[in-house]
Design a protein around this ligand. Sequence first.
Ligand code: GDP
Ligand code: IMO
Ligand code: MG
Length: 428
Amino acid sequence: MANTILVGGQWGDEGKGRIIDLLTRRADYVVRYQGGSNAGHEVHIGAKTYVMHLIPSGILHPGKVCVIGNGVVVDPIALLKEMDGLRKQGIRISPKNLVVSGIAHLVMPYHRLLDEGREDASKRHRIGTTKRGIGPAYGDKASRTGFRVLDLLKPAAFREKLARRVRENNALLRALGVRPLAAAAVAAEYLAAGRRLRPFIGDAVALLHTALRRKRDILFEGAQGAFLDLDFGTYPYVTSSHPTSGGACVGSGVPPHRMDRVVGVMKAYTTRVGEGPFPTEYGAVLGAEIQKVGDEFGRTTGRGRRCGWFDAVVARASVRLNGMDDLAITKLDVLDHLAEIKICVAYRLGSKRLDTVPMDADLLRCVKPVYETWPGWRASTREIRRFRDLPRAAQAYLKAIERHAGAPISIVSVGPRRDQTIFVNGRL
Ligand code: GDP
Ligand code: IMO
Ligand code: MG
């Protein structure tokens, strides 16, 4: 299959887990390279539903090696809980099929509390984070005050540094009105987690370089989406990592020239969780309807997702930013009942027409979408398996997405199950 980076092209929850599940069949390694337990990737297999947060979705396929790369921020407590949960569902997890990079940074308890404290401090200024400590953990990494996974294996040094870090963070927690932490309790909890995780901790860079030498196929599983990227997204309403394809190199240690292909996943409409500008957001009635039909509730926090029309300005920017070679369009079936469907092809800002996403999130908040309206097909697409069998109107809608986004649609997904997939052109 060659080395493939799979990324979300919108604001997350595009169905990346579901597409990873399809592509894992032809991969040997599946690598998470950014984000943390803020992600929620759901996969349906038969009657079972699995949700992965930190563990690559490839774990559901026996015989594949899953890697949590250095670019991920690892909450060891959340990781162990996820491992236990998946095992209870019958998934085998051992150091043979899961490796955690020793140089990945840890999410500490004060990161979670700071994230929560900052979010709760001001309704007006909140980002709507998942409160998983992601921003503060990446902040410490950049400030060089973070802990790495390998630090869990050095108890004396861990305790000594933790005492200092807890003291400093307790001052911040107090300022936010949050109860401070006891370093000894944190150390006990984390070092115990370290003892359980020890067999899984390894040199993921060396492992992947051996895989490259042996011409194994590596699949990179992006979390979040391009418009949640720390640089390219709608700052500050973004996550603190680089979900875009460039992030896969720094987040794994695999160099750019070894990457062969980028697959972008986008919904046939748009969703967003949390605060931040969303030009094509539906009004209350259609918003509630699509939320219900599409089961648009976050798999990490349970929050209702905001829903809107497909934004081709965002899609086009995503195709360019990520270098998407192929698109996988998911959840076409959710639009099956609509009489007409819109695609935003440009924005209007005052008297100006914009064909690109403005850099400033405050401006994006002020734009008005310019829509193209397409007739709906009003028929179920859920059991269709060939592109040419789709209703004409659905084909036309997908062709319009392809044209406006500027990349070929190679997969169309018409339901959450593995078999509810249309492989369009033989490219994937
Ligand atoms: P991810 O974070 O990108 O992996 O996406 P999520 O798993 O958070 O959200 C996507 C949701 O849509 C999941 O509940 C999937 O089971 C579901 N899903 C994926 N593809 C389809 C599809 O084509 N149709 C429908 N109805 N649901 C889908
Ligand atoms: P997957 O991988 C959708 C959003 C949060 C919030 C912003 C910052 O399932 O697509 P954070 O906790 O990262 O500091 O929150 O990013 N967000 C996601 N939205 N899908 C995700 O992951 C998300 N991960 C974070 O809702 O707006
Ligand atoms: Mg998700």
